[in-house]
Design a protein around this ligand. Structure first.
Ligand code: SF4
Length: 337
């Protein structure tokens, strides 16, 4: 940790939540202006081979319907987002073995050839460096892979025995392959301390990420963490501000989980220093089955309605929506090692 980071952490520990948010928001406006970047989120498979303890779609939960969008359905969803003017897509799935790298690469290539101006982000879990290379060659620009907690012991326990090192190695591989890379963490996981939260934020800064996604932990009733305490949104807001102060240029979404915990959660995250929103462009019938946590919002609003709602919400906090690609502002982003 360098001196500037240490000073920022000290400030974080001593400042009140509103003061922290004011400073983070002012810095965000200085670097990113008053626009909020849109990323169209398409959740294309909820079929997962893994068993993370916090996750509602873990393999061990059989109490809901599994789905997988066919490649043609995935392309159609992307075309719908493109037609709505969006130029940044996030294709997200659980760790679904049916979607082999070859199948995924073929979909990526078809979306990129049909939507040439769009930036394409994948969020499909841990793969080998060679697989990341293949997907990059097919046209993927960015990759999201949250580490969820930087505490190695907690990580191993909550990710059903998988070590933190696996994710950190994958993040390193993604950088080396020239992706713009995003990661992030949950706020308020059972077993974490104040120090864990600060370590999480510092790890994001040390990794030099282009994007950071965080959200509150919301216990899901069909997981081993059912009945765990739910922390309020304030912790997530404070962490948003800390991240903005540590990483002025990073793209930082106001996440749906925050909006699920508090009806004004996304607006509050924007006012605490976030600069991105991720409207859900998954076909409506599939959405209700991508429930990583309970009470998820925006399950019924189709594309245009969702964008209209977000526009009004953002006007309410003095922000305009941007449909642009919104590439990384970090120096050297996307350089191949
Ligand atoms: S967090 Fe991801 S990898 Fe873990 S069980 Fe859920 S969908 Fe699967």
């Amino acid at each position: 940790m360098n001196d500037a980071m240490r000073d920022t952490v000290v400030y974080y520990l001593t400042a009140g939540t509103l003061e922290l948010a004011d400073r983070a928001r002012a810095l965000c406006e200085e670097v990113h202006g008053k626009t909020v970047l849109l990323r169209a989120l398409i959740e294309f498979s909820n079929t997962c081979a893994l068993n993370c303890h916090y996750c509602g779609i873990r393999a061990g939960n059989h109490a809901f319907e599994r789905y997988r969008l066919e490649p043609t359905e995935l392309l159609a969803a992307a075309l719908g987002a493109y037609a709505a003017g969006l130029r940044s897509f996030v294709l997200q799935s659980a760790e679904d073995p049916w979607y082999t790298t070859a199948r995924l690469a073929a979909v990526v290539a078809s979306i990129k050839s049909s939507c040439p101006e769009a930036a394409l982000t994948l969020s499909c879990g841990v793969k080998t460096r060679a697989e990341y290379r293949e997907l990059k060659a097919a046209g993927a620009d960015r990759y999201l892979l949250r580490f969820e907690t930087s505490d190695p012991e907690l990580h191993r326990r909550l990710r059903d025995g998988i070590g933190l090192g696996t994710r950190l190695k994958a993040l390193e591989d993604l950088k080396a392959e020239g992706y713009q890379v995003g990661s992030g963490f949950m706020v308020g996981l059972p077993g974490e301390t104040e120090k864990t939260g600060i370590d999480n934020a510092l790890l994001c800064a040390e990794l030099g990420l282009d994007m950071v996604g965080i959200g509150p932990f919301i216990p899901h009733p069909a997981t081993p963490l059912a009945g765990s305490p739910q922390v309020g949104l304030e912790k997530t807001l404070r962490m948003t501000s800390l991240l903005r102060l540590l990483m002025p240029k990073v793209h930082l979404p106001a996440t749906t989980a925050a909006g699920s915990l508090d009806p004004q959660g996304r607006e509050k995250m924007i006012l605490a220093g976030a600069n991105v929103l991720m409207p859900n462009m998954t076909p409506v019938p599939a959405r209700k089955n991508y429930l990583l946590y309970p009470g998820k919002i925006c399950l019924d609003e189709a594309g245009e309605k969702c964008l209209g709602c977000l526009r009004i919400r953002m006007l309410g906090v003095g922000r305009e929506l941007s449909y642009a690609r919104g590439d990384s502002l970090m120096e050297g982003a996307g350089n191949v090692a």
